[in-house]
Design a protein around this ligand. Structure first.
Ligand code: BTX
Length: 320
């Protein structure tokens, strides 16, 4: 990714405590006045930069930005997130990611925004976002697999998200198929949408919403939603959370392409919420109750009902 002047300034400032204006100007081959102007803009964007005549500039704090340069510093991926589009405000990151897919954007393109005003959930439901509080992102991938396997990406992304959030010491679990919970409340959701072309997948857009800083939620979801900060009491940088997920997901995505979903079953089960407990499932036709046994090598949920083991490809676990 080619870096803008401001990105180059940040990269330089991260390397040393102090950087003189003269040195920066020479390194970047621009005037000291131009450096000064870029510093003003960076400060307006939220970077805390101090300066004095003798030593020059110091980057004190990067704030909690979701900009490409903020995310990139934590990224170790080869592909995912390497083409990154950041918006301050959007209706939904899914729409932009779908447009990107149609415009032949590269695999791994990521759309993120600070304020999503019309976030989508499954089945026409909505996803609530508060400005600068959470993460709304959509990732574009182009897996060369049969169409019926695309839904497994929700589960693979769920495993990657749960594992990456656990590296921040947050005790998350997965509620099949697409919710990430902490202490029984939803902290993140995943929405996977597919574009097809003549019976094959042309792209899959994996949309992820994560509640990070929220202290409160609107009526209607306040009893079932939570945030990383609320549950852990620690601070988070959203950019680090995004990159940690992408780093993990890239590995698991490759594993899924090479070995198939069967290789994830036991890992999914170690992360599953209410495993071996009594659950109720709702399908289009009916509801069923039983003990949650796990999932099979296609990602289908397995429960033990009075009549024996039953598998559901498409259903919803009723919690609330
Ligand atoms: P879902 O249909 O499983 O969950 C949506 C339901 O979850 C809502 O009906 C509501 O009850 C509850 N809910 C809504 N907002 C929140 C929230 N912030 N925290 C907890 N519970 C909530 C889940 O769908 C998939 C959500 C994907 C969202 C991402 S954000 C980036 C991308 N862009 C976009 O428009 N959607 C995805």
């Amino acid at each position: 990714m080619a870096h803008s002047v401001r990105e180059q300034i940040l990269i330089a400032l991260r390397k040393r405590t102090w950087y003189s204006g003269q040195e920066l100007a020479e390194t970047l081959n621009i005037s000291r006045t131009a450096i000064w102007k870029h510093m003003q803009i960076l400060k307006e964007e939220g970077y805390q930069i101090i300066s004095n005549k003798k030593q020059g500039y110091q980057l004190v704090d990067e704030g909690d930005l979701l900009t490409p340069i903020a995310i990139e510093q934590w990224l170790t991926t080869a592909c995912l997130g390497r083409h990154l589009l950041h918006f301050e405000e959007l209706d939904t990151t899914q729409r932009i990611a779908h447009e990107q897919a149609q415009q032949h954007a590269p695999e791994g393109t990521l759309v993120v925004c600070d304020h999503q005003t019309n976030g989508r959930g499954q089945l026409g439901r909505t996803w609530h976002e508060a400005k600068n509080e959470g993460i709304a992102m959509s990732l574009l991938v182009r897996p060369d697999v049969p169409m019926h396997q695309a839904g497994q990406l929700t589960l693979v992304a769920g495993i990657a998200l749960a594992q990456s959030l656990r590296t921040f010491d947050v005790p998350v679990t997965i509620k099949w198929p697409n919710d990430i919970l902490i202490n029984g409340r939803k902290v993140a959701g995943i929405l996977t949408e597919m574009q097809t072309e003549a019976d094959r997948i042309s792209s899959v857009i994996i949309g992820i919403g994560i509640n990070v800083h929220h202290e409160q939620f609107p009526e209607g979801i306040k009893d079932r939603a939570t945030s990383l900060v609320r549950e852990s009491g620690r601070t988070f940088r959203r950019a680090e959370v995004v990159a940690t997920f992408l780093n993990r997901f890239e590995r698991l995505y490759t594993q899924w392409l090479e070995l198939g979903f069967g290789s994830f079953v036991s890992e999914w089960e170690t992360l599953a919420d209410r495993l071996h407990e009594q659950v109720t499932l709702r399908t289009r036709q009916a509801t069923a109750s039983g003990t949650l046994l796990g999932i099979d090598e296609t990602g289908t949920i397995r429960i033990k009902t009075e009549t024996g083991e039953t598998r559901f490809h498409s259903a919803e676990l009723i919690y609330w």
